[in-house]
Write a protein that binds this ligand. Sequence first.
Ligand SMILES: CC(C)(COP(=O)(O)OP(=O)(O)OC[C@H]1O[C@@H](n2cnc3c(N)ncnc32)[C@H](O)[C@@H]1OP(=O)(O)O)[C@@H](O)C(=O)NCCC(=O)NCCS
Length: 159
Amino acid sequence: MKDMLVRLSELPKVDELEQKLLEKEKIVVRKAIAPEKHLVSEWVFTNFGSYWKSEVEVAFSRQPVSCWIAQRGHDILAFACYECSARNFFGPTGTQESERGKGIGKLLLLKSLESMREMGYAYAIIGGVGPAEFYEKAVGAVLIEGSEISIYQHLLRKP
Ligand SMILES: CC(C)(COP(=O)(O)OP(=O)(O)OC[C@H]1O[C@@H](n2cnc3c(N)ncnc32)[C@H](O)[C@@H]1OP(=O)(O)O)[C@@H](O)C(=O)NCCC(=O)NCCS
């Protein structure tokens, strides 16, 4: 798995996509807040497993919480976090399988990258991808040479 680099100064605009998802799909995209921690982390565990649950819990230890979510009514559809496993890192992120291909993942990615730009970063790193084409297409991300030896190199696994 390699890391990717994204320049934050020329991110695509999100307003149109956000409006479309709201009007056509009744999907609201916003930053998660502390009282939702148990619900978001359970959802991430159920859909994506324990490593991402651990990372999302770090997002909830920050103020403001560094996790964007998409919801329809009371149902969580997708999440995207940043600065969980390393400073300046985007991820993890995931969209519920039945909701993929609607632009939700792209919108959450853009919202997170905008948040990182507001923190003062000029570039962001997508840690340990994953679907490189998705990031290339959505935000012009490029693979970082030599990054296959990453922060996840010695990740503990259950024996
Ligand atoms: C990657 C993921 C978050 C994308 O979410 P999504 O809501 O389906 O993404 P979007 O609908 O916003 O897709 C935006 C564009 O990227 C494309 N795209 C989405 N997933 C892709 C993938 N895995 N590979 C290549 N292109 C992809 C879409 O076709 C779409 O193209 P378009 O703009 O031409 O229509 C989702 O597939 C997912 O949850 N995957 C499993 C978890 C994962 O791999 N997370 C990333 C870890 S680094």
